[in-house]
Design a protein around this ligand. Sequence first.
Ligand SMILES: NC(=O)c1ccc[n+]([C@@H]2O[C@H](COP(=O)([O-])OP(=O)(O)OC[C@H]3O[C@@H](n4cnc5c(N)ncnc54)[C@H](O)[C@@H]3O)[C@@H](O)[C@H]2O)c1
Length: 379
Amino acid sequence: MVYKVGIIGGGRMGTHHARAYSLNASTRVVAVADTDDENRELFAKRFDAAPYETYEEMLAQEPLDIVGVILPVKFNAAAVVAAANSGAKAIFCEKPMTAKLSDADHMVSVCEERDVVFAAGVIPRNYPEYWKARDMLEADEIGEVRTINIYDPNGQGGCHGINLALMYAFDADVQWAVGSVGGDAFSNDDGDGTLNGIGGYFKFANGIEVFSHTRPGVRTRASESGQGIEVIASHGLIWNDYDGLHISKAQTGYQPGERARLKELTGFFQDTRNISERGYDADGWRLPTPGMAASVQALVTALESGSTPRMSTGQSLRKSLEICIALRQSARQDHIPVTLPLSDRSLAMYPVPSRWNFKKEILGTQAYMEQLASWTLDG
Ligand SMILES: NC(=O)c1ccc[n+]([C@@H]2O[C@H](COP(=O)([O-])OP(=O)(O)OC[C@H]3O[C@@H](n4cnc5c(N)ncnc54)[C@H](O)[C@@H]3O)[C@@H](O)[C@H]2O)c1
């Protein structure tokens, strides 16, 4: 089966998604909806896709299996809901998913009511290596997860650090959170100089604790990049670093309380150091990142098997956003514990303006079009 894909938003990231769909034998880009004439025409030519000025028209006219929502974030909620109501089997929305909790609720509930697979975000949670580590946890190979350390300012609604913590806490619900922010806790904006880093402590219903550090030091396990995660289990440790994911295991027969001799397992995970060094392929196209290609494959596998996609989802990004907002609400009230779910669903956390708005308006047409041209050798 070849799944028909329609892209809403054929800009910089929309082009990246589309190239990955073109390279996957199970997907084909057939249509694009984009309000910008220049972007729409370039995309339609590059992918031989039917062009539409609005997504409403595209969704009404094209029988699509997968809809990519790759828009300025402020438009995501309405586009995801429209795509879910159109009869598509799956939606793959970029991150951050949205700003307001009520919008996140609506996006998730419409997808669930319509039985639509809702993938969201191209992030490490989508890499097969991270799922291999989770499979090892599920197979009880390094014991029970006790504590998770996050080193990440948790911008974009916690879609990196908090979302990974959720993954290794088996997407349990969070009971309560105590938070702190690096900037003004009363800001609704997650960028520098506003909230400026969101962290604290939260606890999952399955007992797993999370410490989220906004200021990593040089000797934190997840350092080098200054961002990452450390999952501490009763018989081992999983962490990511600038060169990828690692796992260490205590010696056979280790009993909690003894001094553990941790041994790193080698050859399990791909070294991702050169992940950003991407050239052009024989067709003159810039290579998609391994994460992008893995995301498309994870979505295809989910559609074929009828299982939950092994990637970041709308459900996990909604939870991440809610945890971030709970941490901020705690900081607003002198760091009192805040219980979840939050009752006020009008609460919001906005990403930086370059994500919320159309980037061409921010970068200027010339700089923007140069970036779009760089996807192919002949521009
Ligand atoms: N996962 C990642 O690594 C990553 C990286 C960059 C961006 N992103 C996310 O991807 C999304 C898009 O980013 P981008 O850099 O491609 O943005 P962009 O501004 O280049 O592209 C947005 C596209 O949407 C079109 N558009 C705007 N309003 C529209 C509407 N109402 N209907 C249809 N089309 C419309 C624009 O014309 C443009 O072509 C953002 O959510 C961003 O946060 C993710």
